[in-house]
Design a protein around this ligand. Structure first.
Ligand SMILES: N[C@@H](CCC(=O)N[C@@H](CSS)C(=O)NCC(=O)O)C(=O)O
Length: 420
């Protein structure tokens, strides 16, 4: 529409004025390339709710085209359960699920109270969280409400069991898609990686790798206009997009490191790995270091004389960090983080293996036992402060005030005794 027309018709009539204002706003928004702040769907009811003490967002979603108006709440907080249930009632919705993205450390989930006050509601959390709930979901599962659904994506790192719930991508589903990222991805930030289920430095490293790799592979691979709805905001933001976070998230736009990958064809594990390490000039003795639970699997942590720490979860994951140098971490996580590897190095001893390929067959071998390690030389290529791990180590956040109470309560999310 020519600007002259807009100007001349501006005050012609109240109706014209409204139409003109609408057009000007729309033109401006197109010129700025901005996205709408909510998804469009004739079926979806969506509301973002806030709990100010813990700065937590709770999300109410419902399929209002369905006769029952089935609804779900994501990350409800105990303190605001009455508000949330009143809203559900006023709107004539039928609450069927109360979901958590993870075991929260800063507040008690509202799922227990909701179940008491609204019998029939089922609590949901990831199986990898190790918590109790009515329904334990795994990556790829769908949580349906009416004709709409959320897909479960594993985004561990802040905690082992963190998941992101993403609206479906079918024709009936809301557009743009919406990703409820919990604490995995915050607006211009991400959940801390320093306390939950952490016992040693290696686990901090591992959780950093989980967070940054899973965000890149599970969230940043969604369409760029996907709306990001986090579980917290401390700066006054309410929504972002995949595109914005890929461009401007200060914790996720820094260097990625390169690693050397060695696939271990021998399912027995250590002997072949040691032979390979010897061939590449590494000490051959591995020292069993500890067994740590990560998600629902035990991880074997070993350490060699070079100070290298190996953390492995046979079948689908293995991590390593080199101590004594400005170490980075390693990344290889299946099935949650496909494809598995960044570029290989040009180190003289580099075995030049492909990205997760079995060198004997040249085929990708998901579920194949493998070993992954990094040359100490390569680890110095980028400054630690510029890397995800460096940033996360320097956050210096005080532990959440409610941590001692919240974590045990939330481990039985929705099933705790709410009478006391
Ligand atoms: N001060 C708050 C806790 C703040 C905090 O640690 N937030 C967590 C998510 S809740 S466990 C976090 O990951 N923050 C990341 C960040 O960059 O702020 C309290 O005492 O409860």
């Amino acid at each position: 529409m020519p600007l002259q027309f807009i100007r001349s018709s501006l005050f012609a009539s109240p109706k014209n004025l409204l139409r003109t204002l609408f057009l000007v706003t729309k033109l401006r928004s197109l010129a700025m390339g901005s996205y709408t702040a909510s998804s469009q769907s004739s079926k979806l009811f969506f509301r973002q709710l806030f709990e100010k003490e813990s700065s937590t967002y709770t999300y109410l979603l419902a399929d209002v085209s369905h006769p029952d108006k089935p609804a779900l709440l994501i990350d409800p907080v105990d303190k605001t359960v009455d508000r949330d249930l009143s809203l559900v009632k006023e709107l004539g919705l039928k609450l069927i699920y109360a979901l958590n993205t993870h075991v929260h450390a800063d507040h008690i989930t509202g799922t227990g109270l909701i179940k008491t006050k609204s019998p029939g509601v089922k609590s949901i959390i990831s199986k990898a969280s190790g918590s109790k709930a009515d329904i334990l979901v795994e990556p790829g599962d769908k949580v349906s409400f009416g004709d709409l659904f959320l897909e479960v994506r594993a985004t561990p790192g802040h905690t082992s069991g963190c998941v992101t719930y993403v609206t479906g991508d079918g024709p009936e589903q809301p557009q743009p898609q919406m990703a409820f990222t919990g604490d995995a991805l915050l607006i211009r930030g991400c959940g801390r990686t320093d306390f939950q289920f952490m016992e040693t430095e290696i686990l901090v490293v591992v959780h950093c790798s989980f967070t940054s790799q899973c965000i890149r592979r599970q969230i940043f691979t969604l369409p760029k206009d996907t709306l990001i709805y986090p579980a917290h905001d401390y700066k006054g933001f309410s929504v972002s997009t995949v595109e914005e976070e890929m461009l401007y998230n200060p914790r996720l736009t820094k260097n990625q490191l390169r690693v050397v990958l060695q696939i271990n064809k021998d399912k027995q594990g250590l002997s072949v790995r040691n032979r390979e390490k010897e061939r590449l000039g590494y000490p051959t003795t591995s020292l069993k270091y500890a067994l740590h639970p990560i998600g629902d699997t035990n991880c074997l942590v070993t350490q060699d004389h070079n100070g290298a720490l190996f953390l492995e979860r046979h079948g689908y994951a293995l991590f390593l960090a080199i101590k004594k140098v400005r170490y980075e971490w390693i990344i290889l996580d299946r099935p949650c983080c496909e494809p598995s590897m960044p570029n290989l190095s040009n180190h003289p001893n580099d075995p030049k293996l492909g990205h997760g390929l079995d060198p004997t067959t040249n085929h990708d071998s998901p579920g194949f036992p493998f070993t992954c390690y990094m040359s100490p030389d390569l680890s110095c290529r980028c400054s630690i402060q510029e890397t995800f791990k460096g940033i996360m180590e320097n956050l210096n956040l005080a532990y959440p005030k409610m941590m001692g109470i919240a974590v045990p309560a939330n481990m039985v999310c929705g099933l705790q005794d709410t009478t006391s």
